[in-house]
Design a protein. Structure first.
Length: 390
């Protein structure tokens, strides 16, 4: 494309339709899950719904805008975006911010709360795509290829860990790990990164009592010693909500667990409300929509016009998919509680707007795919970069 702004040649409906469907369902489920809570705390059953609807409109506007901006522009401004993200995370740690359950995660700006971590994860993906693209065949080297990417990931991960926010840190590191792998890193280097990441996660859990309590609660849930009236309350109510929905569900608005039984029903645990009110059919449809998004994102990555587009699309798709996988794993009790929202469905501000913006970037990459390009054409060159890198 010539110029930063250009009308896409076509809108990728395969990517767009599940995003619109999930976002629309999110509006319905946020209202259903938050009406009682809003009426109790703010004397309005529409309190959370109104705020969520405004953020949906902002996010959709950002999606449209991002779909019209040539994705190569982000390569140029990647260092500025990364530096700004680091600055925001540092300000959050220095000044403190809005928090919940011992973690400070939001900065209050005027009438808005901004979560710097949401901005940082996207800025990191864009910068890594730029960095790894330029490394080319030097990715086989630890010092010249892998180490610079690890330093970037390490700085951001440390700033996010200090909030503390282990769930977002794991998602960021996992995304970086996949991108480094796709860029052509050696298996030995990947194994070292995997071991180091697991060690850091375990040390972080040991340092924070509330994280250890979540791990112990999760172990108790599956170890036969669940404290269903204490620390296992949230997970127990989540699984009860999922199971009570049956095949068809109780119907939108008719679930009972959200009525002061299930904590955070409109945020981290909204998938449990979907399971209770829409049943197996509803949760199956949601999972199918996410699967379609994941597969389409990978297809867009594999058919991108260049290696930067390949790494950018792959990184954004993988990051979104990790959030989905971790949230659903938490709700179903597969892993301990992490505090990550479910993309497009959960009530939220920064996460919702950022995720819709990410879809706009993917739409722009998709609009520049050449009809004759196949996924293997770009993937096959991931070790060689642009003629051996810059």
């Amino acid at each position: 494309m010539n110029g930063a702004l250009a009308r896409p040649r076509r809108m990728d409906r395969v990517l767009l339709l599940p995003v619109v469907g999930l976002t629309a369902l999110g509006l319905v489920m946020v209202y259903s899950a938050s009406a009682f809570l809003g009426a109790d705390r703010f004397q309005s059953e529409y309190f959370f719904f109104h705020r969520h609807a405004i953020r949906v409109l902002i996010g959709l506007a950002l999606l449209v805008a991002a779909s019209r901006v040539d994705y190569h522009v982000y390569e140029r401004f990647a260092p500025i975006a990364l530096g700004g993200s680091v600055a925001l995370l540092a300000i959050l740690l220095a000044l403190g911010g809005e928090g919940v359950r011992g973690a400070n995660r939001w900065l209050s700006v005027a009438a808005f709360n901004i979560q710097p971590t949401e901005l940082a994860r996207v800025a990191c993906v864009v910068y890594l795509a730029r960095l790894l693209d330029r490394k080319g065949d030097r990715m086989a080297s630890w010092k010249d290829g892998v180490l610079p990417a690890v330093i970037v990931l390490g700085v951001l991960a440390l700033l996010i860990l200090l909030q503390p926010n282990l769930g977002s840190t794991i998602a960021l590191l996992a995304t970086g790990f996949v991108m480094i792998h796709l860029a052509g890193a050696r298996k030995l280097h990947l194994a070292l990164l995997l071991a180091a990441g697991a060690l850091v996660a375990w040390v972080q859990v040991l340092r924070h009592p509330y994280m250890m309590e979540r791990v112990m609660a999760w172990q108790g849930l599956w170890g036969g010693s669940a404290d269903v009236l204490g620390r296992n309350w949230q997970l127990s109510q989540s699984i009860l909500a999922l199971g009570s929905g049956g095949v068809l569900g109780t119907g939108p608005g008719h679930g009972l667990q959200k009525v002061f039984f299930l904590p955070d029903p409109h945020t981290d645990f909204i998938f449990a409300v979907v399971g209770e009110e829409l049943g197996l059919i509803g949760t199956g449809a949601v999972l199918l929509a996410y699967l379609l998004l994941f597969l389409r994102g990978l297809r867009i990555a594999g058919s991108a016009p260049d290696r930067f587009g390949f790494l950018l699309a792959a990184g954004l798709t993988v990051n979104l998919s990790i959030y989905v996988a971790m949230n659903i794993a938490v709700v179903t009790g597969v892993i301990p509680t992490t505090g990550l929202p479910l993309p497009f469905l959960s009530y939220g501000g920064s996460a919702l707007v950022v995720n819709l913006g990410v879809m706009g970037v993917l739409l722009n990459i998709a609009s520049q795919m050449e009809p004759g390009i196949r996924a293997k054409s770009v993937v096959a060159t991931n070790r060689g970069g642009r003629a051996g890198g810059r």
